[in-house]
Design a protein around this ligand. Structure first.
Ligand SMILES: Cc1ncc(COP(=O)(O)O)c(C=O)c1O
Length: 276
């Protein structure tokens, strides 16, 4: 019989809450989504569900009905009944005795909903970022619960008074932020890393690229070299929780005049129109 110790207490494993045996905890063996609403309307639900479905199938969690997930998201949104919310949910492989490749577990669903803080102040001041080596695995396109490098990168950024950490690969090219997509403007060209296994297919990135031509930007989906950051006219990040936010400092380099740039503001305005 297995014996369990939780903090200082010995517990009979049959009496332990199964949440302690969740494969998300043991292995980060699960995938998640984060989405939000604007003014009473959930934004880009289809895009988030489609990405979730892909993440599930990439890690071989079968049997999840995406329509059931959609209904749960809509039900919780209706019950919570607030106009501006953030919704987090994940599915893990299940709970059980810790075994790397155990078959036959029942996947577990977990969701939280909260009011989302307004990103207006963030947009006004812009943010500072640091660069960090991209030490993540080679399937960053999967929105997996394994986020340790992202957590450590973000912690390092906060220690240095910065809001975000930007990952740089072995060759000196920027991939993305610890929890955001990364963009640079050179003249009238908007650069961001192409979609491949090295970055998450960010939903906000997708809409930002769609909106680029509305503000007179041409899109170049290629990676920015860290050595070119000083030459950028503007930098910004994109993420569901805060849409488009200007970056005013990158390591020791002040970007532009140290305020959020023109295109970041224009794109944020376009984004606002879109979500309305
Ligand atoms: C690593 C990473 N890249 C990009 C994003 C932005 O994705 P989205 O625009 O879908 O929120 C996130 C969001 O959490 C992220 O964790």
């Amino acid at each position: 019989m297995q014996l369990v110790m939780i903090d200082d207490k010995f517990v009979d494993s049959a009496k332990v809450d199964s949440a302690y045996f969740d494969y998300g905890t043991f292995f980060g063996d699960g995938v998640y989504e984060f989405l939000r609403s604007y003014n009473g309307k959930i934004f880009a639900l289809d895009e988030h569900l489609e990405r979730f479905q892909k993440s599930l199938s990439e890690i071989e969690i079968d049997g999840i009905d995406i329509d059931v997930i959609r209904k749960r998201v809509l039900a919780v949104f209706e019950k919570y009944n607030k106009p501006n919310v953030k919704i987090y949910f994940h599915v893990t492989r299940g709970a059980g005795i810790r075994e790397h490749a155990k078959e036959g577990l029942t996947p577990r669903f977990f969701l939280t909903i909260d009011e989302i803080e307004d990103a207006g102040a963030y947009h006004k001041t812009g943010i500072k970022v640091i660069s960090v080596p991209d030490t993540r695995w080679k399937r960053c396109d999967i929105k997996s619960l394994n986020l340790l490098p992202n957590v450590l990168a973000k912690r390092a950024a906060h220690r240095q008074g910065c809001a975000e950490a930007i990952f740089v690969d072995d060759k000196g090219y920027i991939t993305e932020g610890a929890a955001s997509a990364f963009f640079a403007v050179f003249g009238n060209v908007l650069k961001t890393a192409p979609l491949n296994a090295n970055i998450l297919p960010s939903v906000t990135r997708h809409f930002t690229l769609q909106l680029a031509s509305n503000v007179g930007l041409k899109v170049d989906e290629s990676q920015v070299r860290i050595s070119d950051i000083a030459k950028a006219d503007e930098l910004f990040q994109a993420v569901s929780s805060k849409d488009i936010t200007g970056i005013i400092k990158f390591d020791d380099i002040t970007i532009g005049d140290g305020k959020p740039g023109k295109y970041a503001k224009l794109l944020a305005e376009e984004f606002e129109k879109l979500v309305k």
